[in-house]
Design a protein around this ligand. Structure first.
Ligand code: 5AD
Length: 357
């Protein structure tokens, strides 16, 4: 009897998570640790049902432009940390960023994600100028910024210029764990304050963590899930940690596909209408990692629109997946991958339900 009880319990928890959209911390831990045949399929099936209720079969494509790999921070895990003298640095000019957007627009994209290291070269004024210019040329597009921590006033200026979405991963919801991943000059409290500020301003906010980052425990992941549930982001960006050879964690093991995919399913069930990307990092540790993510509740993919000559320089981790020379090729590749698992790539703005116009 005992045996069948143990087998059944997490399946019951998956049912409860689906119907109630929540579990206790102990229950979440049990779901993350459970190891039995059929459980991942069961959980992913629930996550798919919930995603299809809210988003049907649609997968939103976002055009990602990695516009600078200069960074003033020195996060221990990241390949573009300032201390990495081997990183070949680049910056895209405003004109080049705009032509990436124009090209993306022609390909059908209606969301552009401007992502970069924390690079003071891009002053508030310059960011405002870039965002305004994109919105002027493509008023029907959404602009997402992912440029790290700035003052609330700066975030407000970007928002006023037309940026409606902001991605800033919390990285870990545990303060002591945050300290193990970041040097003293960065603070957990400031990061959390930034997330609050973004929300107060009215951005659609994306946050998230790495899976399997050094020193991460199951308890940390439960804290991450609790934070996500309480904060209620519009988007959750989460992928496996992957070591980069020029960082302190060069020899640390990568996060696993299994845990990342299980967490994607859990997040879909905790936050039923969240926008949830199947990340490039997931596609890097497993050739069909993103497809597995889509089958566990993910509904966003971010093909790279950066110019081919810089794409291979934005290396946060080793072996990063870089598709072909052309953005058009990246789109074809993603569209094919999405239909291979029964979903449909769409290029609409894909706002969160609470923000639809
Ligand atoms: N492995 C996986 N993800 C990483 N990031 C940074 N370095 C790594 C790495 N080595 C993630 C961080 C950051 C996002 C832009 O990339 O979570 O917020």
């Amino acid at each position: 009897m005992q045996e069948s009880f143990e087998r059944a319990y997490p399946f019951e928890l998956a049912d409860k998570l689906e119907t109630e959209g929540n579990l206790t911390d102990d229950e979440l831990k049990a779901v993350l640790l459970f190891d039995a045949p059929g459980f991942d399929e069961y959980l992913a099936g629930k996550a798919r049902a919930v995603r299809e209720k809210h988003y049907g079969k649609e997968v939103y494509l976002r055009g990602l432009i990695e516009f600078t790999n200069y960074c003033k921070n020195n996060c221990y895990y990241c390949g573009i940390r300032r201390g990495n003298a081997n990183a070949e640095r680049y910056r895209l000019s405003e004109d080049l960023i705009l032509s990436c957007c124009d090209m993306g627009y022609e390909l059908g994209f209606r969301t552009f994600v401007l992502q970069g290291g924390e690079d003071p070269y891009y002053t508030d004024e310059l960011v405002v100028s870039i965002v305004s210019a994109i919105k002027e040329r493509h008023p029907d597009c959404a602009v997402t910024l992912s440029i790290g921590e700035r003052e609330k006033e700066s975030y407000q200026k970007f928002f006023d210029a037309g940026a409606e979405r902001y991605l800033l991963r919390h990285e870990t919801a545990d303060k002591a764990h945050y300290r193990m991943l970041h040097p003293d000059e960065l603070s957990f409290d400031h990061r959390m304050q930034c997330l609050k500020n973004l929300k107060e301003i009215g951005y659609q906010v994306g946050t998230g963590m790495m899976v399997g980052s050094p020193y991460q425990t199951t308890e940390h992941l439960v804290k991450d899930l609790r934070f996500l549930k309480d904060f209620g982001p519009e988007m959750v960006g989460m992928g496996p940690f992957i070591p980069h050879h020029d960082t302190c964690f060069a020899d640390s093991p990568a996060g696993t596909v299994e845990m990342t995919v299980r967490l994607l399913a859990v997040i879909r069930l905790l936050l039923p209408d969240v926008l949830l990307p199947a990340t490039t990092a997931l596609g890097t540790i497993d050739p069909i990692g993103r497809e597995k993510g889509l089958l566990a509740g993910a509904n966003v993919i971010m093909p790279n629109l950066s110019p081919a000559d810089v794409r291979s320089k934005y290396l946060l981790y080793d072996n990063k997946k870089v598709t072909g020379d052309e953005a058009a090729e990246a789109v074809r590749d993603m569209t094919r991958r999405i239909s291979s698992v029964g979903y449909e790539a769409v290029v609409a703005r894909g706002d969160h339900a609470n923000f639809r116009k």
